[in-house]
Design a protein around this ligand. Structure first.
Ligand code: C2E
Ligand code: MG
Ligand code: MG
Ligand code: MG
Length: 283
């Protein structure tokens, strides 16, 4: 709000501030309250192994239930949280919540957590992750962190160091949205990746253009470096068939399941068999 003595200044600047800047400012203020007011929740999307078609893990995806706007998608607020530094606090909440939830799942199901490149600038990240794991009683091997190529741009020794620390703890590291950034293949040697997630854009165009050749090349590179591959955004049976033939290790997409609230996901695990019927049917 404008201070009384700042009124002229405020009115002078206000017309110059366009609608989107005002909206951004408002959203930024709302974001500060979102954690303390419990407006965040995590949804979980299954990851399936290609070979037996069984669930190997779930990716935690952040949702913001805004009191007036309803559900705000992550791409509408994560960049803002990154610009303001709030992503560190939000990311810590995500890590603790996801680890605590995964502790209720069968022990062969991993949880994948997205970590922002901004979080990888903070030298205490590995300590925060270790603390989230021990608070949840979750083995580090059951956690996988997903980072995008943005982290590889510029020579960020802090990020590299953090990733090595996490990896040494037993946490798995996945390179997310592969093929959409500007990174060089040489990073695949420097960084301790266990998995490459092939971006949805290559999956949706599979069969239509050079996408299948690209997927095949990524699968070969991954295999040669002891990494697995996950195809993102699998929506059709035809895509699934093509990806299986190309040798992808794992898949994720609406064909099998959309991201689900924690309580719904837990229903898939209980009682009895780990393989839920609807996932089996999709195979
Ligand atoms: P991502 O990590 O690549 O996550 C996959 C996105 O693809 C999710 O979107 C998911 O809902 C969507 N998706 C999954 N299967 C399909 C499909 O078959 N078709 C289509 N069209 N989409 C599919 P979502 O949940 O909107 O998240 C978008 C992005 O926001 C994520 O991309 C990730 O980069 C970021 N994000 C989400 N949660 C977090 C978080 O907790 N922390 C950080 N730093 N980033 C997050
Ligand atoms: Mg991801
Ligand atoms: Mg992704
Ligand atoms: Mg993606």
């Amino acid at each position: 709000a404008a201070k009384a003595d700042g009124r002229h200044t405020f009115r002078f600047f206000e017309p110059a501030m366009d609608e989107s800047a005002r909206e951004r400012l408002q959203l930024q203020q709302d974001l500060r309250r979102a954690i303390t007011e419990g407006q965040f929740e995590l949804h979980y999307q299954p990851l399936l192994g290609f070979r037996e078609n069984i669930m190997t893990g779930c990716e935690a995806l952040l949702r913001w239930r805004h009191p007036e706007r309803g559900m705000v998608p992550p791409l509408d607020f994560i960049p803002l949280a990154e610009d303001t530094g709030l992503i560190n606090e939000i990311g810590d909440w995500v890590m603790r919540t996801a680890c605590a939830e995964a502790a209720h799942w069968p022990s062969d199901i991993r949880v994948a957590v997205n970590v922002s490149p901004i979080q990888l600038k903070s030298p205490t990240l590995a300590l925060h992750v270790a603390s989230a794991l021990s608070a949840a009683g979750l083995a580090p091997e059951r956690l996988e962190i997903e980072i995008t190529e943005a982290v590889l741009i510029g020579d960020d020794d802090v990020a590299l160091d953090i990733l090595h620390q996490l990896h040494a703890m037993g946490v798995r590291i996945a390179l997310d949205d592969f093929g959409t950034g500007y990174s060089s293949l040489s990073y695949l040697k420097r960084f301790p990746f266990d998995k490459i997630k092939i971006d949805r854009c290559f999956v949706s165009d599979i069969g239509a253009d050079s996408s299948s050749a690209i997927v095949q090349a990524v699968v070969s590179i991954a295999a040669a470096s002891n990494m697995t591959t996950t195809a993102e955004g699998v929506e059709t049976g035809a895509q699934q068939t093509a990806l299986r033939q190309l040798g992808c290790t794992e898949m994720q997409g609406y064909l099998f399941s959309a991201p689900k609230p924690a309580a719904e996901l837990r229903k898939l695990f209980a009682p009895g068999p780990i393989v839920p019927d609807d996932l089996q049917a999709a195979g």
